[in-house]
Design a protein around this ligand. Structure first.
Ligand code: GLA
Length: 370
């Protein structure tokens, strides 16, 4: 493994453990996680591999195969910068349960595609340290710790979906997660048996204001829940009554969250019934709701969705936080080339940067490699 070779070259010994954690796409259930709702992501074939050894002192030495130069040497958590904060944040959250560490990182999650490379990094490092220090943490506890690192150390107010998907996914399955109880179930997602592919369409566009808009959506949802007298929008049972009591952005956000939770449940019902070919309409409805009610799509995502449907996809939607990143399309295998051509041609017509296409195979969650 090249990450082991790099570790040995940099630190002069073999790593004590090597863990891999994947990125994710979300099949459905968008922006519902921080509303205590339902999500249905699955792990992608790309992720982060972390080779780790413990140290006797509090120093962190950190090497990434995706960066040039010598390993970073971090003696003060607060001085860490950039991508290293995801790693240092995990160590900071573990506190005096761990000391320092030598860490080499190798990642292949396509950057900027909204496939949760940061969650993969956090979960890979957290899993390795859990193993090395015999902490006995469950995959969900590791996901929660990783989320705390991102919320409290990196400063991104994300929900639990990405880290849970990375820690708990199973090959050939999507992960159904109730973000309030944290109960989860792996739901079979047998695409190949139905001649289907979930195609990721990476717009290669990432809008700068995404972080600020995310925090704004969260605040709007919390404010709407307060006005409705519920703990979270998940608890709205009378949607019409709730909408009567809200206005403007809060009304629209509530409409999205409540209907999106219904769509997750409906989609699971279809999967259970073996009707995977019928889920397309729910994907389309999710996209329209994210575009019109939640207002987190972008022209590039909308075009990817429209053009893939014209090319023969059974359904399509933006996936992840929005404002760029990727869309997913559910495509019969015999229409894959038509869909790619349709999307590429639509982008070319507008002289936009060509999108990238990646097949998303439901892959295993975090695991030890050696
Ligand atoms: C980002 C966040 C997740 C989730 C999605 C939207 O990926 O990290 O917690 O809120 O956006 O569904």
């Amino acid at each position: 493994m090249r990450v082991v070779d790099a570790f040995r070259a940099a630190f002069g010994a073999d790593p004590r453990t090597v863990w891999h954690a994947p990125g994710r796409v979300n099949l459905i259930g968008e922006h519902t996680d921080y509303n205590d709702g339902f999500v249905l992501p699955f792990a992608v074939p790309w992720g982060v591999t972390a080779a780790v050894s413990p140290r006797d002192d509090a120093t962190i030495r950190l090497l990434s195969l995706q960066s040039t130069g010598d390993p970073l040497v971090i003696t003060d958590h607060e001085e860490s910068q950039g991508w290293s904060r995801y790693v240092v944040g995990v160590l900071a959250m573990l506190g005096d349960r761990v000391r320092g560490a030598d860490i080499a990182i190798d990642g292949d999650v396509p950057q900027g595609a909204g496939l949760s490379s940061s969650a993969a990094l956090e979960v890979a490092v957290a899993s390795a340290l859990n193993d090395l220090y015999d902490l006995g943490m469950t995959p969900m506890e590791l996901a929660l710790l990783s989320q705390r690192a991102e919320n409290d150390f990196v400063g991104m107010p994300c929900g639990i979906m990405d880290q849970a998907a990375s820690a708990l996914s199973a090959e050939g399955h999507a992960l159904f997660l109730d973000c309030r109880s944290l109960g989860s179930r792996n739901i079979p997602l047998d695409l190949a048996a139905h001649g289907l592919t979930i195609l990721i369409i990476d717009t290669q566009v990432h809008h700068e204001h995404a972080g600020g808009e995310y925090a704004k959506r969260r605040a709007e949802c919390e404010s709407a829940a307060r006005k409705l007298g519920v703990a979270a929008l998940r608890d709205v049972t009378d949607l019409a009554g709730a909408l009567d009591r809200l206005q403007g952005a809060e009304r629209k956000r509530t409409m999205h969250i409540v209907t999106e939770n219904h769509r997750v449940e409906a989609l699971i019902g279809l999967l259970r019934a073996g009707a995977i070919t019928e889920i397309g309409a729910l994907l389309n409805a999710s996209h329209l709701s994210l575009r019109d009610q939640y207002e987190v799509s972008s022209p590039e995502l909308d075009l990817a969705v429209e053009a893939s449907l014209r090319g023969g996809a059974r359904g399509a939607r933006m996936t992840g936080g929005g404002f760029g990143g990727s869309a997913i399309a559910l495509v019969p295998d015999e229409r894959l080339e038509d869909v790619k051509e349709s999307v590429s041609a639509a982008y070319a017509e507008r002289a936009w940067q060509a999108p990238r296409f990646l097949p998303a195979t439901p892959s295993p969650g975090a695991r030890r490699l050696s």
